[in-house]
Design a protein around this ligand. Structure first.
Ligand SMILES: [Zn+2]
Ligand SMILES: [Zn+2]
Length: 382
């Protein structure tokens, strides 16, 4: 009996040992090991007295021409490229950016950077993006075989080979591309993970909030109360994390479909289904806070969208849509309603109108995802 218990629990029964080792301290919380940029940061190596780059034909080109070349390299395919950056707490390290092929498992989880170009066809909605998933299949690489799969070597190569090129080009990289983030750490702890001038340069962000992130891992990885409180906490951090944004697309993945599954009798890890009204209020109020935050600084976002899959949208947003005064349709792809937000600019008490679109992405645009999600739910033990 003692041996079986030991096998099951990894612990010895107290009576089976007279010399039990002292209890080990509790393992550190994931956040205790989250990396931090060094303070002060190591400066770029000073330029030597006879800088090598001045002899290069490239640096004899006029600066405007060099900027055009940087754009061609760093924002390819023009006018901008989509880049995934994420800090994940995981034991898996992958050599392929968008799948589990070649993945190895370490004995402990640790924080790992994952960065890659986006492997999604440009015409597909962000909700269909699978780059950050790794698995299960179909992977991004399999779904979009006609677009190139890249890890951004060309970007890093250019920036790392020459400090003069780095100085001139790094702003193009951050300011003129779209960044995808799909974990909470990069948004909640931006100041520990990215230099302020880089995060501040980002103008276009796709923030994907997954069910996993808000429900499964919020407490364990990020010290947040799981569920809607975690969702809200991550959302309202966006303006502080990326203060220079002009365009924000928040993509909610899974989250609400789970409730539909529960109603159909599928049990999902024993969790309580989120309440429909509470979910809607939480999503709208946190998005309101984001839109308002940019507006009160005098720079309302040029484009702000909250995108949901069709099932999730129909579940919680349909009533809101009926009340909306403005609606836009892109046939076969999405329909969206305008959610106005009023903001008071503190200096002078002047009121500004801002707001965002709440988008229903058509089911056929995300069918692969929906099916997979159900499969995952069904595979869970009752
Ligand atoms: Zn992608
Ligand atoms: Zn790929």
């Amino acid at each position: 009996m003692g041996i079986i218990r030991q096998l099951l629990t990894g612990r010895r029964h107290p009576s089976s040992s007279h010399h039990s080792p002292p209890p080990s301290p509790p393992p550190p919380h994931a956040l205790d090991t989250l990396p931090s940029l060094p303070h002060p940061r190591r400066p770029l190596t000073p330029t030597p007295p006879h800088p090598q780059h001045l002899t290069s034909p490239f640096f004899r080109l006029p600066p405007e021409l060099r900027q055009i070349i940087y754009r061609l390299v760093l924002t390819h395919p023009s006018p901008h490229t989509e880049i995934h950056i994420d800090m994940r707490y995981t034991a898996a390290s992958t050599s392929t950016p968008h799948s589990t092929a070649g993945a190895t498992l370490a004995s402990h989880r640790s924080w790992r950077w994952r960065a890659s170009n986006c492997h999604r066809h440009p015409s597909s909605p962000a909700l269909a993006d699978r780059c950050g998933w790794g698995g299960p299949p179909p992977t991004a690489c399999a779904l979009f075989p006609d677009t190139p799969c890249a890890v951004g070597r060309e970007v890093l190569g250019l920036l790392l080979c020459c400090r003069a090129a780095y100085r001139e080009a790094v702003q193009v990289l951050y300011a003129e591309n779209t960044f995808h983030v799909s974990t909470g750490a990069v948004v909640l702890y931006t100041d520990r993970l990215l230099p302020a001038e880089r995060a501040g340069a980002v103008t276009s962000l796709v923030y994907r909030v997954t069910e996993d992130m808000a429900w499964h891992y919020a407490a364990e990885h990020l010290g947040l109360v799981p569920g809607l409180p975690a969702y809200a906490a991550m959302l309202v951090r966006v303006p502080g994390a990326f203060p220079g944004l002009r365009r924000l697309l928040v993509v909610v993945q899974g989250l609400l479909a789970v409730r539909g599954l529960l109603e159909r009798g599928v049990r999902f890890g024993g969790r309580e289904p989120p309440d429909r009204d509470a979910t809607r209020v939480c999503m709208l109020s946190s998005m309101d806070a984001v839109a308002r935050s940019f507006a009160v600084r005098g720079r309302p976002l040029d484009e702000c969208v909250l995108a949901l899959g069709a099932a999730a949208f129909d579940d919680v947003m349909e009533g809101e849509r009926e009340k909306a005064e403005r609606e836009e349709v892109r046939e076969g792809e999405w329909v969206q309603f305008w959610h106005p937000v009023r903001a008071v600019v503190r200096a002078g008490g002047e009121e500004v109108q801002t707001g965002y679109w709440v988008r229903r992405v058509a089911p056929e645009e995300t069918s692969g995802l929906t099916l997979d999600f159900e499969a995952v739910a069904l595979a869970l033990p009752p």
